[in-house]
Every structure is written in structure tokens, then in C-alpha cells.
Design a protein. Structure first.
Length: 544
């Protein structure tokens, strides 16, 4: 069983002419959890957050413990994690000097701010040490509880996350200068949801749910006046009203507004949420395709490998794409319907092909791939080849880059825009790794251009959810690669300027400062591909 880590997320709010706005971070695609997603600042509780001497003003840890239905030590740690993560990732401090009503956060704290944030992010110091050294104290009265979400059991990493809201303090700026994010930005909840609907933003279910809840309010004051409490998992929802304080009150255990209690609506049970429900059987993804999620979630496979079953509604056979890992239940489900006429492979990685020999033996269907070594009875695929099977026309499109043998399968008649099974060339979340030296960045950029030329086809990726507009996604992938190339160029220039060797490991350290060790190898492969693309034969020959 994957352990569940306590965590905190802070929904930072400000008013605008268009209504309340929230601050979002666009996470880098290589992050193991929620890579490529737009998220609120937040993260897991760090051991330093459990500092019992943390300078504190506002409702006590004991008061928050009653609100969260946890013990006081845990409540203190969760609040501290929320404040720390907001400061690390957005540069906003919910803190002030003793006696101050508003968190001005002026010098000496502002001096060397980025260095302090980096030290916190790399666990070289703790929030209590930083606040105490500057004479500041955490302001728990500036936060309000909003909800609680627990990552579902089938994810490779799990968090029990308390969601808080906080008002953007006057005189501070949210910047998103963290290595975990490409950028930070303000959006009204409605605009963020519209961008997600258009495919411009990727949102996890908790983020989307909170945005929908906040979209009903006209201003930040209204949100604070309608703060939602929550109850602990397994407990019955309470109907008791709760009192919370104003942004300016710093009382110990009973914050109030001008001498009167601020009465909020009764606590509501916020879903302990799945980001999406894992399918127990095949589910439909387009007019001609269905998908079964293989039970192999992980840092590189996201929720697992999507195995696609292709069939025209009137056909009596199916085509299976990427039978996936060797799992008996998964293969039995795939083989249990219409006869399998053909098996197609997008590329050679084991999470796509491990079961192919067994599935061939189970069904008798030929297995075809671009790499002849991955074929069983069937012939190797050819770029541009048109296949007719299961009543569907399938066009083979060679898209090397992720690997040298990567192909996509174009279904031109599947729905009004057509559909494309993209394998690992384009994912439903995050971006693809260049598996150097089998994959090459130059090839990948050319493949993205080929895919973009197909227009707004439905994307059927091998990992993650379907996406609505292939051309748009391919263009975004290209932009992401351009940004990464700029970062690699800067890293190379820095190393050469310091007289150091330009190695893939050294560049990875500079470009991916907080990469999870579980995906560092993949990030290093992508860096090697970018160095080869930028430096050519010198890199290949090790002359740098």
C-alpha cells in the first residue's frame, strides 16, 4: 500500500474588475506528481514544519486541530506547510511582525528573498528558523479551511491534502519563481475553467472542483464569508456552525470581527477525491475506440498504459493497440470480446509490449510494429501504410523522437475531426521523454510538425486522458521543447563560463533543480538529447 503523506494547498485570492482571481502555477511536465498541470501552490508536510517553536499568531494549533479533526501537532505542521509552500513557490508570506495587523513583509526579510526560498525548497532550513531570524510570526488567522482531498489508492504517490484559502496581502507580489513551475499567473476561476475546456490548461479534479466552487462568488469578501469547513474521513458531516476570524484579527482561540462572531454556513463534506475513477473494464474514448487502463501506474506511466481497442460499430472483430504489461486480468478483458484481428504496437517499451507474445498466443492475431523484432507473424509497419481492419481505416504515421521506432495510428474517419493514437509521442498529461540515444530531439521536433499538420484531431495517448485538439497540443509541445532548449543553452554557457565540464549530469542539476529521483534518469536522457541536438558531434564524441 502506498503511504499517504499529509500536505497543504493554499488558494491565493485577490479581487479584480472581472471578479475574484486565483493564483495558479503551471508545473513543469517532468514532475512526478501532477506534471504539466495548473495547480495552486502547495506540497507535502516537511519534517521542519513540525517545529514546536514556530513563531505563531492567530488561532492556535489546538483550535485548528478541532477544525481539521487531527491532533494539535499535525494541525500545526499542516498550517506551517501551507505557509511555507506558498512562500517557496509564489514568494508570498502569510506572516508579520508582532503587533502588526497586516503582513507587510518588509526588510530585512525581503533581502535575499530568492536565496531564502531556495534554501527552504532544498530543505537547508525551516520556516520557523526563517521567521524567527527576521522577527516575524506565522499568521494563522489569514487562512481559512476550504476542503480536503486524498489521492486515490491506485496512484504511485498519495497525499492527504488540506485546502486553505488566503487573501493576497497588500504590498506583496506572487511570482511563481520556483523550479517546479514554468510560470505563475492569475486567472478568474471562470477563465481558468474555460482554458481547461479549450485544452489550454490541464487540471486535476480537486483543482477543477475548487475553481467551480469559487466561480460562484462576486468578490473575495464573499468567499471568506462563506468559508466551507470539512470533517475527517470516516466521520459523519457536522451541521454545527463554525466561527472564523477576519483577515486582521490575531486572537488566540476565538477570532472575531469587530466584536461579533463571523457565522459561516454549516460545514460541508468535501469529496475525498479520485482525480478520476480507475476503470474496471473497457470504456469508450471515441466513436471507433475503447480503452482499458492497464494496472501499471508509476512515475513514467502516470495512471498506467492505455490499451486501445479499435472497431467500427458494425464490425465483428477488433484491433488492439499496445497490449501493455503482462497482467492476466488485463489480457483476459482484452481477449474476452470480439475476435482480435490485429495487434499494433506504437513502440518497443515494455509497458506497451511486454504482453504482446502472450496475447498473440492467446488470440492468434498477428502483432505488427515498426521494429521487426517486436512483430509476431505480422510484417513490420511502413510509414504511410493504410491498414483496413475491424471495419476501420488506419494510417501508419512514423513519429520517431521519443524512440526511434515510435509510430502513431491515424483514424481519419473516427468522429468529425478524426482521431490519432499517439503512443508516448504525445501524452494526456505532461510531456514525453526523449529516450536518448534511441530517440533524438531533432526527429521529435519533426514528428511534432507532422502531427500538428493533421489539425484538430482527437488525441488518444498511451498515458493520461484524451485531449481534444492534436494540432494545438503538438504546438504546445514544441513551445515547451524550445523553452527547455533555452534553459539547456544557459546551463551550458554557465558551465563553460566557470571552466567546468559540460556533462549531462551537470546540466540536469542546473535545469532540473528539484527533480524527483524517481524520474531523474528520464530527465537526464532528455538533457542528453538536447545537448546532442545543440552541440552535435562534439557532444557525441565527448569533446566538451
Amino acid at each position: 500500500m502506498v503511504p499517504v503523506r499529509p500536505a497543504a494547498t493554499v488558494v491565493l485570492l485577490r479581487d479584480s474588475s472581472g471578479g475574484p482571481e486565483v493564483f495558479l502555477l503551471q508545473r513543469v511536465a517532468e514532475m512526478e506528481f501532477a506534471g504539466g498541470m495548473a495547480v495552486f501552490p502547495g506540497g507535502a508536510v516537511d519534517p521542519s514544519d513540525r517545529d514546536a517553536t514556530l513563531p505563531w499568531a492567530g488561532p492556535s494549533a489546538a483550535w485548528w486541530a478541532r477544525a481539521m479533526n487531527v491532533d494539535a501537532e499535525q494541525a500545526r505542521a499542516i498550517l506551517a506547510a501551507g505557509v511555507r509552500e506558498l512562500f517557496e513557490e509564489a514568494g508570498v508570506a502569510l506572516a508579520s511582525k508582532p503587533g502588526e495587523q497586516l503582513p507587510t513583509f518588509e526588510k530585512p526579510m525581503a533581502a535575499g528573498l530568492l536565496a531564502v526560498r531556495k534554501d527552504l525548497a532544498q530543505h537547508r532550513t525551516g520556516l520557523g528558523v526563517v521567521l524567527d531570524a527576521a522577527g516575524y510570526q506565522l499568521r494563522s488567522d489569514l487562512m481559512r479551511p476550504w476542503g480536503r482531498w486524498v489521492t486515490p489508492a491506485y496512484f504511485p504517490k498519495r497525499y492527504d491534502t488540506m485546502f486553505f484559502i488566503a487573501r493576497m496581502p497588500a504590498g506583496q507580489d506572487a511570482d511563481g519563481l520556483t523550479s517546479e513551475a514554468l510560470e505563475g499567473f492569475w486567472r478568474t476561476p471562470g477563465r481558468a475553467l474555460a482554458a481547461a475546456e479549450a485544452g489550454d490548461l490541464a487540471l486535476m479534479r480537486p483543482t477543477e472542483t475548487v475553481l467551480r466552487e469559487l466561480s460562484a462568488f462576486a468578490c473575495v469578501d464573499d468567499i471568506f464569508a462563506d468559508t466551507v469547513g470539512w470533517c475527517h474521513e470516516g466521520a459523519a458531516p457536522s451541521n454545527e456552525s463554525v466561527l472564523y476570524g477576519s483577515p486582521n484579527s490575531v486572537g488566540e482561540d476565538d477570532p472575531d470581527v469587530g466584536g461579533r462572531g463571523l457565522r459561516l454556513r454549516a460545514p460541508v463534506w468535501i469529496a475525498i477525491g479520485d482525480c478520476h475513477t480507475p476503470p474496471s473494464a473497457i470504456f469508450r474514448t471515441s466513436e471507433f475506440t475503447e480503452c482499458r487502463l492497464a494496472p501499471n501506474p508509476g512515475p513514467m506511466t502516470l495512471d498506467g498504459t492505455n490499451t486501445y481497442v479499435i472497431r467500427h460499430p458494425g464490425a465483428r472483430s477488433v484491433v488492439v493497440v499496445d497490449p501493455g504489461p503482462l497482467d492476466a486480468d488485463h489480457l483476459a478483458e482484452l481477449a474476452g470480446g470480439y475476435p482480435v484481428e490485429l495487434v499494433l504496437i506504437t513502440h518497443h517499451h515494455l509497458d506497451h509490449t511486454e504482453a504482446a507474445p502472450v496475447f498473440h498466443a492467446m488470440t492468434g492475431a498477428p502483432v505488427r510494429a515498426l521494429d521487426p523484432e517486436q512483430c509476431h507473424v505480422g510484417e513490420a509497419l511502413v510509414d504511410g501504410e493504410m491498414i483496413t481492419a475491424a471495419g476501420v481505416t488506419i494510417s501508419v504515421l512514423a513519429t520517431p523522437g521519443h524512440t526511434g521506432d515510435s509510430v502513431c495510428f491515424v483514424l481519419p474517419d473516427d468522429g468529425p475531426t478524426g482521431a490519432v493514437v499517439t503512443g508516448d509521442t504525445i501524452l494526456g498529461r505532461g510531456t514525453s521523454v526523449i529516450d536518448y540515444p534511441h530517440g533524438r530531439l531533432g526527429w521529435y521536433l519533426e514528428s511534432l510538425a507532422r502531427l500538428a499538420a493533421l489539425g484538430p484531431a482527437l488525441v488518444l495517448p498511451a498515458h493520461g486522458p484524451t485531449l481534444p485538439d492534436l494540432a494545438q497540443v503538438a504546438q504546445q509541445y514544441g513551445q515547451h521543447r524550445a523553452q527547455r532548449l533555452d534553459q539547456v543553452r544557459a546551463a551550458v554557457a554557465r558551465l563553460q563560463g566557470q571552466g567546468q565540464s559540460v556533462t549531462s549530469s551537470a546540466v540536469t542539476d542546473l535545469v532540473y533543480t528539484d527533480i524527483n529521483e524517481a524520474v531523474r534518469g528520464a530527465a537526464t536522457l532528455s538533457v542528453m538529447a538536447q545537448l546532442e541536438y545543440l552541440l552535435g558531434s562534439d557532444f557525441a564524441a565527448g569533446k566538451l
